[in-house]
Design a protein around this ligand. Structure first.
Ligand code: ADP
Ligand code: MG
Length: 294
């Protein structure tokens, strides 16, 4: 669904690439006191790369990558893209899975040949699949997370086979954006489905300390509702399918234009660039436009 978009401040709004769903949105920009930021793809580039691989005894790196990449080939997640890119760059033949299911905020499952492959968060593999994580892999997960990375556990036929460590980088303007939000009187909060180590590493780089990590898409919605129940008027900035419910529930939902259609459809404001400072500009511009109208 394409929202009937209005460009605020006309010339300036379109110059900045800010789309506003309707005039009622402007009023919301004045009331907000909290800005919740999704991590992956919003604060960070979302262009992830594979940095290390840990294997259980007897497992082979190329086989792990082949099965993981084939299983991930149906996913649009930045993690999936990183794994596929790495496998292809090594000349590994990545096949299409016979069947595929994506579990938002958790991982993927796929039939690759005659293997049922599951790749995703270790806690999800344990709780939903009853897969045990051996000590050597648990250590690899801890190490990966302490470096601010995301650990993807890869299992097939009910056994964990290895851990792929992936990470991305903070966008160059994200820190400046956090300062801008503060100047606008907004308290920044980082919200992510990712692990606490990765979340804290990013939070330190952008200069904020309120971090909510390991949050499922439904949990993201719950965090927004909790903040609202505490009397806050909340803006949420996100880019993913996993942010759509939270964007819709927020008093002001802001989607990054490079994000998914689901996020854009759920948002009040879309910022075409991936630059988080433009979100601050959009809020400032909307408030100013309101000042002129009234
Ligand atoms: P974020 O809130 O940072 O955008 P998501 O909610 O998309 O993160 O994902 C949360 C976690 O779920 C990821 O950090 C990862 O551990 C796991 N995950 C999600 N999608 C995938 C996937 N396609 N493959 C492997 N793991 C995934
Ligand atoms: Mg995201």
């Amino acid at each position: 669904a394409t929202p009937t978009a209005l460009l605020v401040g006309t010339g300036r709004g379109s110059q900045l690439g800010i789309l506003i769903r309707g005039p009622q949105v402007l009023e919301q920009t004045r009331k907000i006191d909290t800005v919740v930021l999704d991590k992956t793809g919003t604060v960070t580039t979302g262009r992830m790369a594979l940095s290390s691989i840990a294997l259980v005894d007897g497992q082979v790196e190329r086989e792990l990558l082949r099965l993981a990449a084939s299983a991930e080939s149906g996913s649009e997640h930045p993690i999936a893209r990183a794994i596929l890119e790495d496998a292809r760059s090594r000349g590994i033949d990545v096949g299409s899975p016979e069947s595929f299911l994506s579990h938002t905020g958790q991982g993927v499952q796929a039939m690759v040949g005659n293997h049922l492959v599951v790749a995703g968060r270790g806690s999800w593999l344990q709780s939903d699949w009853g897969i045990e994580i051996p000590e050597s892999l648990a250590q690899a997960i801890t190490q990966s997370e302490s470096q601010g990375k995301t650990a993807v556990v890869v299992a097939w036929d009910g056994e964990a086979q290895g851990v792929l460590s992936v990470g991305d980088t903070v966008k160059p303007t994200s820190r400046e954006a956090v300062e801008l939000f503060r100047r606008l009187g907004l308290t920044p909060v980082l919200l992510t489905g990712d692990n606490d180590g990765a979340a804290r590493a990013v939070a330190a780089q952008i200069g904020l300390d309120d971090v909510r990590s390991g949050i499922t898409p439904q949990g993201k919605l719950a965090v927004i509702r909790e903040l609202q129940a505490d009397g806050h008027v909340v803006a949420m900035v996100g880019d993913g399918v996993n942010d759509a419910a939270a964007l819709a529930a927020a008093d002001l939902g802001i989607a990054m234009g490079a994000g998914t259609d689901a996020a854009i459809a759920a948002a009040d404001i879309t910022v075409m660039s991936g630059d988080l400072t433009t979100v601050g500009d959009a809020i400032r511009l909307s408030r100013r436009t309101l000042g002129i109208i009234k």
